[in-house]
Design a protein around this ligand. Structure first.
Ligand SMILES: *Cc1c(COP(=O)(O)O)cnc(C)c1O
Length: 464
């Protein structure tokens, strides 16, 4: 058998006719709270249902595109449809008293200013910056804090390119929601490619760079070139992996198939792979329904042909995927498509958590029931994991030790790497939904990492 040298796998531009067999929507068209009445299928809902959506869309970010509306949502199953719940605001997402106040303003035709004022007041109750993200993780380069970056765990730096600060649609449960409600002070962003590269050149322990956002895949390919080409130079050899955190495979798979610069993007990624980089696309999938269209299948195929490894992660969310069978089907199909299941997260303590959160005991139950039904190749998904201030904490199990019912926990990632993989125990609490609800087991007064974490926080607030 002869093995021929493989040329670029990204050879053929898709003709429009080919593309139309994959999707009806090749032109990106988006609706926000202001174009709300233009969304055709919403007319199937009752006036009361539409009003509820409108009220909440004046508080939480709302943005949805035509592909999601036409090809991902099953409108016969609305309001229970998981992708509808993922993208359209629901009444239960804000407190009843806040809902009533906003509804009153809208009913009496209050002006924009009054509405915005009340919205900002409500935002203040919704814990806009969970886990101390803004206070504790900002790297410093040449004496200056680098605002658009986070360096929390030794190996991995997060970068928030300024051109990637929106998403193709917004998730209703987003933990970065505060960036999208117009308060620019709350935004992480950086234009500065040079500062990113300069910082990384001096950090030999960093093996992974993670592009995040918003969604960095809203960026045009020419911006990607600017950020990524320098990784082909020897000074950045230690950065082995470039991760891209994105929900574009759900919300706009056209990015990899029919967009004008789709082929250029794939060629760029392929070039980095051929140079020896690992390009990891960290895909956010909440439900198998997001992975069924011909266009997403084609996008996955093209990324894999370019040598990109796709890993999948998502939070466990009430009203969307609170069901082991949903995870079983999702993980199985991911493995079949060549995608590696990576993390199941616990919904964070922010934004519309009142609507989406689940007790930690339930998250463990869903994870365990799901993982028991899949092959070892899908058991690469770790979790349920809380991305909290001190680190990523996984609920490993619920058991009884010397008559006391406990949660068994471990750090998957820690601010101090030495915390990782040391089992620790919390008193079982059927209502706890986050790390700060948990108390140490066996009568101890604190968890093993608490003093050190307090020291790291310095004068700052201690945040879980
Ligand atoms: C999850 C996370 C990472 C990456 O952690 P891995 O376990 O390597 O995937 C890096 N930085 C932050 C702030 C994170 O939350």
């Amino acid at each position: 058998m002869t093995v021929t040298m493989q040329e670029s796998a990204v050879t053929q531009d898709k003709s429009l006719a080919d593309a139309q067999a994959l999707t009806q929507v090749t032109r990106y068209k988006v609706y926000t709270q202001r174009q709300f009445d233009k969304i055709e299928p919403l007319k199937r809902l009752s006036p009361e249902q539409r009003f509820e959506i409108e009220v909440v869309a004046n508080v939480l970010p709302f943005r949805v595109n035509e592909y999601v509306i036409q090809e991902l949502i099953n409108w016969d199953n609305v309001p229970n449809d998981p992708v509808f719940q993922l993208t359209f605001p629901q009444r239960g997402m804000i407190a009843p008293e806040d809902y009533d106040r906003m509804a009153d303003l809208i009913k009496r035709g209050a002006d924009r200013k009054e509405i915005t004022q009340l919205a900002s007041e409500i935002h203040g109750y919704l814990n806009p910056h969970p886990a101390g993200q803004q206070e504790m993780n900002v790297p410093v380069f040449e004496g200056e804090p680098l605002g658009g970056m986070q360096h929390k765990y030794r190996e991995t730096v997060l970068f928030f390119p300024s051109q990637g600060q929106v998403c193709h649609s917004y998730c209703t449960f987003c933990f970065r929601w505060a960036q999208f409600v117009g308060n620019t002070e709350l935004r992480f962003a950086s234009h500065e490619a040079e500062k990113l590269h300069g910082y990384l050149k001096n950090e030999p322990e960093v093996t992974d760079l993670l592009f995040t956002g918003g969604d960095p895949m809203v960026m045009r390919t020419r911006h990607w070139e600017n950020y990524l080409e320098p990784f082909l130079t020897p000074e950045l050899d230690h950065v082995q992996t470039i991760r891209i955190g994105t929900k574009s495979l759900t919300f706009w798979p056209q990015r990899y198939v029919t967009d004008e610069d789709a082929d250029d993007l794939l060629r760029l990624l392929e070039k980095l792979v051929k140079h020896g980089k690992h390009i990891a696309l960290m895909a956010h999938f909440n439900h198998w329904q997001e992975m069924q269209t011909p266009i997403v299948r084609e996008a996955i195929r093209r990324l894999r042909d370019a040598g990109v490894v796709i890993r999948a992660q998502a939070p466990l969310i009430n009203h969307i995927n609170n069901d082991p069978d949903v995870w079983v089907r999702m993980w199985r199909e991911q493995v079949q498509l060549g995608i590696i299941p990576y993390y199941m997260f616990v919904e964070r303590d922010t934004g519309a958590k009142r609507y989406f959160e689940l007790p930690l005991a339930r998250t463990h139950e869903v994870y365990q029931k799901a993982i028991q039904q899949v092959s070892g190749l899908a058991r690469t998904a770790r979790g349920p994991s809380m991305s909290a201030g001190p680190g990523k904490v996984e609920i490993q199990g619920i058991t009884e030790i010397q008559g006391e019912k406990v949660f068994v926990l471990r750090f998957i990632q820690g601010r101090n790497p030495d915390w990782v993989q040391r089992p620790f125990f919390a008193k079982y609490d059927p209502e706890a939904t986050w790390l700060n609800d948990l108390k140490p087991a066996f009568g101890e007064d604190k968890f093993f990492f608490e003093d050190e974490y307090a020291q790291m926080a310095g004068d700052g607030k201690i945040i879980y």
